[in-house]
Structure formats: structure tokens, C-alpha cells
Ligand binder design. Structure first.
Ligand SMILES: [Ca+2]
Length: 525
């Protein structure tokens, strides 16, 4: 299907208002500022992984998964059972998370989109409040600002910092080899040394070093440490030791499904991008991919365990808020789909586990809807900081300490990356998920009756009222045709810059990476 033929379909969504954001004054209840002993704000260890669906981890009910350290974190903290990313793609998800604002509000569309240096992030707020804000691992910042409020970067990024990953909608949907099943599912099996593992080992070891350095020097100021791993992102492979752990395991397979295009013909776009119109992976391949994915999750779980051990060994555990999440999920063959770029559950849901000793209950499970834009105001409240600039998220503290149940919460998602050629908006509220695609019929899923999203209820009489209400919400601050023009203009600008011979090179926007400390730095004489 070409872009042109799809454009001729009726326009479903005509919002009127520009994207806007409410001030965050409601995020900080009085007297909520949490303190370490002596009135100091907590350290924050923010562990971020890439493309981990909660459905392949044991705290979220996957019995085949060997993830004991996530369980350990869950037992000592709070598990959010219904957490979402706001965009199912690295850069828009991460930038919106750091800023606490929806992707459209900060105009971050895709994996080649720059977050403006003027936009305040969680790191800026924490830094202003006296935190040392450090990142070890993947940042995926695009453009000249490679810090966005971090005081220090301990590693480079594993992805380009420029416009390499731009995929203009004007070309219609096309096969993106690097992110297709032809690459992602090509190297299944054991791998001891590959780019992802080497990078994650580096991110891990530099993070451990940072924790020790902070403890050794008995630094008085609080530390915000973002440890950011690139696994279990495809290409799926894992060291033999971890694959062996699943050798005789029964690998959970995707649920039986219909052709996804029956839910919405627009899923044809992402099928083309991922190369699924060229090839259907065999059940053996699907099983092996899932075995590798589970092994990568166990690899990460072990690193989480070592980080938690180190906090304890250094005497920092009681003074540290620990947050574990992912930037989005992975379809892993559900509905015949792979990776992300869609708002169906396996792609859009993320694990979210928070431990905060002395402040929130241990072993609690929260049903309230949450999303990654909530993290910025959550960190702020946890650290006793008042957010003065606009945010779209809301602090999750009231749900963790039992002040509120959050039954009335909603989650908004905005997607303008590749895998679509039209703006997409998701509204998740109550039992329902509504997905609007500009110019196309919407989707409505009743997740209570149909948790696997097998039937699109949009247009059914018995759902007319809820559909209308969710459509109204979706269109409230979403002018999709105007948005489409804006996104495509940005794509054209970046495509032009990218076409300059030699311009897109690794040194264009290269972050300065802090080297490990020398013995003299510790005052050894
Ligand atoms: Ca990602």
C-alpha cells in the first residue's frame, strides 16, 4: 500500500488545540520531601534497560524467566503493574521521560530528533538541587547538547548522535534493514563478545566505579546515577552461560493470533519496515529468539543484583531510591510482530519497579496507570524538589506510599517515528485503550475483557460512548494534520543536512567522556 492510497482514506481526527502542558504544582504535596539521615535528599540509582517487555520478567508473571534480582527489588519496593512508555521508540521515549513531557510537546519525533537544550530535564532539576548527575551507558541524545543536565558521562553512547536514523514519511513505509527481522533475528544463539555486551559491561563497570568513588570519598552531596544498558534489544543473542540456563526450559511462545491488519490496515506500515512482508519467521526461529531474549534478561538481572549488592556493601542501600524501567517493550512475535513502534501491549508496556527504603512500602503492587513521563516529577518529589516548569507527568509517590489509588489516571502516548507515516496518539484510561492514527479508522481495545487485544471494538454500538469519550480526549491537544506537516518539515530539514557530504560523521557531536580516576585523585600519597 502506498502512502498516497492511504492518504485518501477519511480523516478521523481533527483536533484544534496546539500541544500544551499543565504546570506541575500539584506534583508536590506539602511535607513530602524525603530525606536521608541529617535531612539530606536520597541518592537515586536509575537503572534503564532497552526494549524489555515486562511480560518476559518474573515480577510480571513470566514463570520461565530467571530474573531473581528483579524479584528481590520488587519484594523490597513497589511494582507498577500497568506502566507504559509514552512513545514506543528509543529517542522520543527517553527524551520525553527525561523532560517529563509528552514527545509532541518537546517536538521529539524519532531516533534522529534533537531535544532542545532549553528544555528542563530531571537532571537539570536534580543538579540545581545539589545532585551530582551522572550517566553510565546509553543516552541516545541527538545534536550538540550531549548532557541535558548530566554533570558527567562515564561512557560514550552506543548509537549515533546525529541524524543517521532519520526515515522521512515522504518516502512511504520502506524496509529498514538495520531494524528488520532479517538483521534482528539473524544472529540467534550464543555470543560471548559483541557490541551490545561489551558496551553494557562498560556501562556496568563504570557505574560500579562511580558508586565506590562516591562512597570512598564520603561525598556529602546526593548522587543521581543513571545506569543505562542497551540489552535486551535485538539482535538477540546472549553468552552461552545464560543460554544454558534456558536449555531445558519450556520457552513461552506467542499466543495464537489473527492477521494484525484486521485490527487496523495501518499495521501494514510497520510490517514493511520490519521486513515481515518478505518473510515469516519459523516457529523454531521464534523460540530461539525468545530463548536468547530471556537469556539477555537474565544477564541484565544479574547486573541489577550486583548493583544492589554494591549499594549494600558500601552502606548506601538505605539512603538510595532505586528505579528500574525500560524505554519500551518488544513484541517478540506476538501478533506476528517484532521489536516496537506500535502501541500494542508488548511494545508499549514497560517494567517499572521502585524501591525507596523508609519512604514507600515493600512488596506493594500498584494497579494505577503510570508512564515514563511520571518519572521526572517522581524523582523531584522523592528529592523534595519543586518543579516550576511545565510537565505532563505526575509524581507516582502518592501511589507508592498509599495516599491515593490512582484509579482515575490516564496515559497518553504520541508517536511520530518510523513504522508509521502518520501521527499516532494513544489514550489509555480505565479498562480501555484507544489508538488514533491520522486519517485512518481508530482502534479501541477492552483490556479487561480482551487483554490480548484480539478485537478492535471501535465502531461497535455497545462501545460508542467510551469511544466518543476517548476520541475527545485524544483530540483535545492533538491537531494531527498540523502535526503531520510539522513532522514532515522537520524531516525535510534534517534530510537536507544529512545529504551534505561528510557532514554526518561520528565527531560532529561527540560527548566528552570522563576517564576513570587516577590514584592521585583519591589522595594517595
Ligand atoms: Ca529503545
Amino acid at each position: 500500500m502506498t502512502r498516497r492510497t492511504l492518504m485518501q482514506l477519511p480523516v478521523a481526527s481533527l483536533g484544534a488545540l496546539p500541544p500544551s502542558a499543565a504546570p506541575a504544582s500539584a506534583a508536590q504535596p506539602e511535607g513530602a520531601a524525603a530525606r536521608r539521615a541529617g535531612g539530606k535528599p536520597p541518592h537515586i540509582l536509575f537503572i534503564l534497560v532497552d526494549q524489555m517487555t515486562p511480560f518476559m520478567t518474573s515480577p510480571y508473571g513470566q514463570r520461565a524467566a530467571i530474573t531473581p534480582n528483579l524479584e528481590r527489588l520488587a519484594r523490597s519496593g513497589v511494582v507498577f503493574e500497568n506502566a507504559y512508555c509514552n512513545a514506543p521508540l528509543c529517542v522520543p521515549s527517553r527524551m520525553s521521560m527525561f523532560a517529563g513531557r509528552l514527545p509532541n510537546a518537546i517536538e521529539v519525533w524519532d531516533n534522529a530528533s534533537e531535544l532542545k537544550a532549553e528544555i528542563p530535564t530531571m537532571m537539570h532539576y536534580l543538579r540545581r538541587a545539589g545532585y551530582e548527575t551522572v550517566v553510565s551507558g546509553k543516552t541516545h541524545f541527538i545534536g550538540p547538547d550531549q548532557y541535558h543536565g548530566f554533570t558527567e558521562r562515564l561512557t560514550p553512547c552506543i548509537y549515533p548522535t546525529h541524524f543517521a536514523f532519520l526515515h522521512p514519511w515522504s518516502k512511504g513505509p520502506y524496509w529498514i534493514q538495520g531494524t528488520s527481522i532479517q538483521v534482528g533475528l539473524a544472529r540467534l544463539g550464543p555470543s560471548e563478545v559483541n557490541g551490545q555486551i561489551v558496551f553494557d559491561e562498560l556501562a556496568f563497570s563504570r557505574a560500579m566505579e562511580k558508586l565506590r568513588d562516591h562512597a570512598l570519598r564520603a561525598k556529602d552531596h546526593p548522587l543521581f546515577l543513571n545506569v543505562s544498558f542497551t540489552q535486551p534489544h535485538d539482535p538477540y543473542c546472549a553468552p552461552k552461560k545464560y543460554l544454558e540456563m534456558y536449555r531445558s526450559a519450556e520457552i513461552p511462545m506467542p499466543k495464537p493470533h489473527d492477521d494484525i491488519r484486521k485490527l487496523s490496515p495501518t499495521y501494514e506500515w510497520v510490517r514493511i519496515v520490519h521486513g515481515l512482508d518478505r518473510e515469516t519467521p519459523s516457529p523454531e526461529k521464534v523460540r530461539e529468539a525468545r530463548r536468547c531474549y530471556l537469556a539477555a534478561c537474565t544477564w541484565l538481572d544479574q547486573k541489577v543484583g550486583l548493583l544492589l549488592d554494591e549499594l549494600e556493601r558500601l552502606g548506601l542501600a538505605q539512603a538510595t531510591m532505586v528505579v528500574f524501567t525500560s524505554d519500551h517493550g518488544d513484541m517478540l512475535g506476538e501478533k506476528g510482530q517484532w521489536f516496537k513502534r506500535m502501541y500494542l501491549e508488548w511494545s508499549a508496556r514497560v517494567p517499572l519497579i521502585v524501591r525507596y527504603p523508609g519512604r514507600i512500602s515493600a512488596g506493594k503492587r500498584v494497579k494505577a496507570l503510570a508512564s515514563l513521563v511520571d518519572l521526572m516529577p517522581t524523582f523531584a518529589e522523592g528529592a523534595g524538589i519543586e518543579v516550576q516548569t511545565p510537565v505532563d507527568g505526575r509524581s507516582l509517590m502518592p501511589f507508592m506510599d498509599g495516599r491515593q489509588d490512582g484509579r482515575d489516571r490516564e496515559v497518553i502516548g504520541d508517536y511520530c517515528g518510523e513504522g508509521t507515516i502518520e501521527p499516532i496518539r494513544m489514550v489509555r484510561r480505565g479498562d480501555f485503550k484507544y489508538i488514533a492514527v491520522n486519517g485512518h479508522a481508530p482502534q479501541l481495545y477492552d483490556l479487561n475483557k480482551d487483554p490480548d487485544e484480539t478485537v478492535n471494538m471501535a465502531g461497535r454500538k455497545e462501545y460508542a460512548e467510551v469511544e466518543k469519550s476517548l476520541r475527545t480526549r485524544a483530540e483535545k491537544d492533538w491537531d494531527a494534520p498540523a502535526l503531520e506537516r510539522q513532522v514532515m518539515a522537520s524531516q525535510a530539514d534534517r534530510d537536507f543536512l544529512r545529504s551534505i557530504p561528510g557532514y554526518m560523521n561520528p565527531n560532529l557531536w561527540k560527548p566528552e567522556v570522563k576517564s576513570p580516576p587516577f590514584p592521585d585523585d583519591y589522595g594517595w600519597k
